[in-house]
Design a protein around this ligand. Sequence first.
Ligand code: F6R
Length: 588
Amino acid sequence: MCGIVGYLGKRQAAPVLIEGLYQLEYRGYDSVGIAVFDGKKLRVVKKTGLVREIETARQAVGRVGIGHTRWATHGDVTVENAHPHTYGNIALVHNGIVENAAKLREECEERGEAFYSDTDSEVIAHLIAAEYHGDLLEAVIRACGKIVGSYAVAVFCEDEPERLVCARMRSPLIVGRAKEGLVVASDIPAAAEEGAVLYSLEDGEFASLSGDEIFICNAAKSKIKKEPIEFSEEGRADLGAYRHFMRKEIDEIPVVLRDSREEIARNFCFSDFCKVLCQTEYIQIVACGTAYHSGLCFQAALERVCRVPADVFIASEYRYMDPIVRKGTLLIAISQSGETADTLAAVRLAKRRGAHIAAVVNVKYSSLARLADTVLFTQAGREVAVAATKSFNAQLMVLYLIVAAMASIKGKRSPTLKGFESKAARAIAAGEAVQSWVPYFAGAKSAYFIGRGEDMCVALEGSLKLKEISYLPSEGYAAGELKHGTLALIEPYTPVVAVLMRRDIAEKTMNAVHEAYSRGASVFLVTCFEEYCGGKEITASVLLPKCPPVFSPILSVIPLQLLAYYTSLARGNDPDKPRNLAKSVTVE
Ligand code: F6R
C-alpha cells in the first residue's frame, strides 16, 4: 500500500505534495513525510499519523520534492520508518515490498553502510546510491534490476536537483504535466487538476522528469511513447456537507446503481460476454474482502437463476492451492480498486494456465482493468472511506445484470433489476433506524450476523463492516450452523442480527432467531416481511422494500453498512480511517 507523490516545477513543492498526500491517504495513514530541496539542502519532515501532522511543513521552501503516506509492512509505525528515506545523496519514497530486502541489506551492511530504519524501502536508497555515477536514471534502472518484489518509487538526487526519476513494478504509478510543473503520484486524484496531462507507467517502465520533459523508457533506456490517460477532476475527494466519506458514500448508492446499470447498457461487449459465459465450461470467481462477498452473492444468483455452477475463491488462497484451471475456464475477478495484489496474483496465475480473464472493476486505469481480456466497469465513482460500501452495491448491480442477461439467453425467467435505485433510497431512509440499535452494539463484547442463502452472504459482509470500523469482534454465520457450535458464544444481551429476505426459508431462519433469543441474545432483524418484525424475540427491526429475493443483497446490506458506521462513531472511532487498514491493499 502507501501513496507516493513527487513535484518538480515553478511552484513551491511542499503544498503540492501535501495536497497530493491528502488525496492518497486512502492508501495508508500510519505515518507521513516529505522531502523538499531548498537549493542547498534537502529538508525532510516525517511524522507518525495522518497527513495533517505535517501541515506545518507547507512552509518549506523549494521547488522540487517527494512525499509519502505509509501503511506499515516492514517495521513498526515510527518516525524512523516513515518515508522519505535518504542515503548519501539519494532520497526516495517507495510503495511496495522488497522481498529480498534482508539479503540486500546484509550486503550493504557488509560494505559498512548504516541503516536508520527497519524498512525494506531504505535498502533501495542504498542500492541507488551504490549505482550512482552521475546519472540518476541509470542508477535507478540498475538498482531496480536487483530488487525482487514490487515497487513504485520516486527518487531525488542532490547531485541532480533539477530531476526526479521513478520506476514501477507491480505498484501503480502515474507521471505527468500539471500546473507549472511535472508530477509523480500513485493515483490520479493526487495529480488531477485542470489542464494536467497524465501517463500511466507499466511494470518495468521508468521515467525521468526534468525541466519540461518527461522521458519514459524501459530498462534498456529505449524511449516509450504513451497516450495520456483520461481523467476527471471530480475524482478528488470532497466531503461536501458530510462528516464522513463513508456516510456520504452510502447516500450515493442509488446513483451508483443507476450509473452502473447505464454503463453496462452502453458496453457493446456485454451481451457477447454473457453469451460466452453461457457456454463456458467452468466459471471461477476470485476476489478479496467485500468484493469476495459480492462474488458469493453472484454465485448464489448464477446458480439459482441460471442453474450455472461457479466456484468462488478468496484470491489470496487461490494462488497457493494449485488451482485447477481446466480448458475453457473463465475467471471473473471482482475488485473496487483493481490494484489488490492478491487478486492480481490470482489473475496472473489463471491467465498463465490458460483461463480467459474477465474483470468487474471500479477503477478505470487499474492494473486489473489492463490485465483482463474482458472488462466490465462498475460506476461507483471514487470511494474514499476505507470500508467499502457503494462499490459493493455497484458490483452487485453489474453481477446481477450478468445473471439476468444469461437467464434471458438461456430462455429462463429472471427477476427484474428495475426499481432498485428508488428501493435503495428507501432502504437508506429505513436503515437510519439502526441508530437506536447502537447502544446494544457499542458496549457489546461481540456480535453475530446470521442468514441463509444470499442472506448469509450479506451477513458475512455486515460482520466484516462492523469489525473493520468499530473493532468489535463479530461473525457472519449461516443461520443453520449456529446450533453446531457458535451458539455456545451467545450470552445474555449478545447482539444478533438476522437477515431475512427470502420467504421460502424465513421460518427456518426464524428457528435460529428463537434459538439465539432463548439463550438471552438481543435479536435485530433486517427484513422485507412486516409479519416477522413484531415478535417478542425481536428487539428492533428495519423493514425494507420488497424485491426479488435473489437480488436482495443490494438492499439488505444497506442497514448493516449504516449499523457499522454508527457503531464506529459511538465507539469513538474514525469510520473513514480504521486502524491497521488501507483502502488499496497492494501487498500480498
Ligand atoms: C472492506 C474492504 C476490503 C476490500 C478488499 C478488496 O470494507 O474494503 O475488504 O473489499 O481489500 O479490495 P478491492 O475491491 O479493491 O480489490
